[in-house]
Design a protein around this ligand. Structure first.
Ligand code: ADP
Length: 497
């Protein structure tokens, strides 16, 4: 009987399952959205039970759609929204509070209050810039605010997990309590150099270590599913946070390999091999999906508003009917005629890290039209990507070889060509763009010998399009100078109020 790999892709807005064959071709897919809770301004929560139930439903549905038996699933790989925090009772399996989602800002003040020494310690140890995004302050918030939670945690009755841990625990009927290095590296409690939970951080935040999962490689047989789930036990053999899974799914296995996912925001990750490179340019250091305890590292930078600016053109500016329509409109003009848009709607992320930046449009003249406006918005996605990539190059002391791309907005050919033009580097788009799920499948498949090696996997990566730089170098530099001036205007705007 032919064998397959199942990828559970647990995202921020939906749970998805994709079943892959040996070529990396999807043979069955199912997806289900779940509820987003916004109980207070800036707060975001999910129902952990709904995450689990929706993931289970789509897993069973995908098996049915693929027309296969559980015994044909060689292994399951999991990829998940990162940093989202779940605390549950180990005896009943009941969460003590809703899942606090990575986007949730409720602990921003708590993190602002960390003294300088502790912040420096966190950066050095965890590779992260202290922020409310990461799990640590969310766990502390639950222990501080849910009645009796800290006492129960100290008594060993509560467990903490990111979504991978929660799914594995439920899939195994509560028998296996683990996470992988990539997810651990986003908790802000994990020493990425020594590869263990950091006692000092746990002590300062008053988080008992007994509630933390065991940390294992991303490609590793963690356990088997409870027989009741699929009718036969299936090995769970891969786990990685979504961006690290995408880096793996793009076959960025060598130091210097980079991928950019153009979604709502942009997520750029560069493989840095066995070196944990500390950034001097506003990036974070994180653990990449690796097949052993000898982990590899990555530099990561995110752009907050990328594809979201195209949604803004559609929904708020009413300049386009659909996101893909941005391309035809932008093509009506040769350039933006000196117009720049900086979509710093919620401040600027890497490499600027300025919460006081706000969006702006500059360079308008009497001749400016909607076409220029749309084109300038698309170009802003490429400029922001450029800024992060230059920061990566500086940290690594090297030049980018090429950029692999995926995500919804990578479908925009004008954007991809412009990206190649200003980077002066080839932009490579693969045939198959669901690289996150594919990465999780690869990790699981490697652990059980479904695929023998990374080299074998690499042959699955099929190029769809290469965008070569075409723009004159001087012109590209001229445009980049204009962008840098526009960003300068956007920075600190709100602080001067
Ligand atoms: P996410 O996973 O963050 O929801 P996706 O990878 O599904 O994002 O991509 C969706 C984003 O890409 C949306 O913000 C949308 O505006 C943008 N997008 C989709 N198609 C295009 C296109 N052809 N041109 C520009 N932007 C696009």
């Amino acid at each position: 009987m032919k064998q397959y790999i199942m990828a559970l892709d647990q995202g921020t807005t939906s749970s998805r399952t994709i079943i892959f064959d040996g070529d990396g071709t999807a043979v069955g897919t199912a997806q289900q959205e779940f509820t987003q809770y916004y109980p207070n301004p800036g707060w975001v929560e999910h129902d952990a039970m709904e995450i689990w139930q929706s993931q289970l439903t789509v897993a069973r549905e995908a098996v049915e759609k693929a027309g296969i038996e559980a015994s044909q699933i060689a292994a399951i790989g999991i990829t998940n929204q990162r940093e989202t925090t779940i605390v549950w009772n180990r005896h009943t399996g009941e969460p003590v509070y809703k899942a606090i989602v990575w986007q949730c800002r409720r602990t921003a003040e708590m993190v602002d209050d960390f003294d300088e020494e502790f912040s420096r310690y966190i950066k050095k140890t965890t590779g992260l810039v202290p922020d409310a995004y990461f799990s640590a302050s969310k766990v502390k918030w639950i222990l501080d605010n849910v009645a009796g939670a800290r006492e129960m945690a100290q008594a060993g009755d509560l467990l903490f997990g990111t979504v991978d841990t929660w799914l594995i625990w439920n899939l195994t009927g509560g028998r296996v309590f683990v996470t992988d290095y990539t997810n651990a590296s986003r908790t802000m409690m994990f020493d990425i150099h020594k590869r263990c939970w950091d006692h000092h951080i746990l002590e300062v935040l008053d988080i008992p270590e007994c509630m933390l999962p065991k940390v294992c490689p991303s490609s590793f047989v963690y356990g088997e599913t409870d027989e009741k789930i699929f009718g036969a036990p299936v090995k769970i053999a891969g786990a990685a946070g979504d961006q690290q899974a995408a880096l793996f799914g793009q076959c960025c296995f060598e130091p210097g390999d980079v991928k950019n996912t153009y979604g709502t925001g942009c997520f750029l990750l560069m493989n840095t091999g066995r070196r944990a490179v500390e950034s001097n340019h506003g990036l974070v250091t994180t653990i990449a999906a690796s097949c052993s305890d000898d982990v590899e590292y990555a530099l990561e930078g995110s752009v907050f508003v990328a594809g979201a600016s195209i949604q803004w053109l559609r929904d708020s500016m009413k300049m386009i009917d659909s996101a893909p329509a941005s391309e035809a409109l932008a093509r009506q003009v040769e350039d933006t005629d000196g117009v720049y848009i900086v979509p710093a709607f919620t401040g600027l992320g890497a490499p600027y890290w300025n919460p006081y930046a706000r969006g702006l449009v500059v360079g308008l003249t009497r001749g400016s039209e909607n076409t220029h406006f749309v084109r300038a918005t698309l170009e802003s996605i490429a400029y922001q990507t450029y800024d992060v990539l230059k920061a990566m190059e500086k940290d690594m002391g090297m030049c980018l070889k090429s950029l692999k791309v995926d995500g919804g907005a990578a479908a925009n050919r004008l954007l991809m060509q412009f990206q190649a033009d200003i980077l002066r580097t080839d932009v490579l788009k693969p045939e198959y763009l669901e690289t996150t799920a594919l990465g999780a499948a690869y990790l699981a498949g490697l652990a059980v010998g479904y695929w023998q090696s990374k080299e074998e996997i690499r042959t699955n990566w099929k190029l769809r399009t290469t965008y070569h730089p075409q723009m004159d170098k001087e012109l590209a530099e001229h445009k980049l100078k204009g962008w840098a001036r526009a960003v300068k205007c956007a920075l600190m705007w709100a602080q001067e109020e």
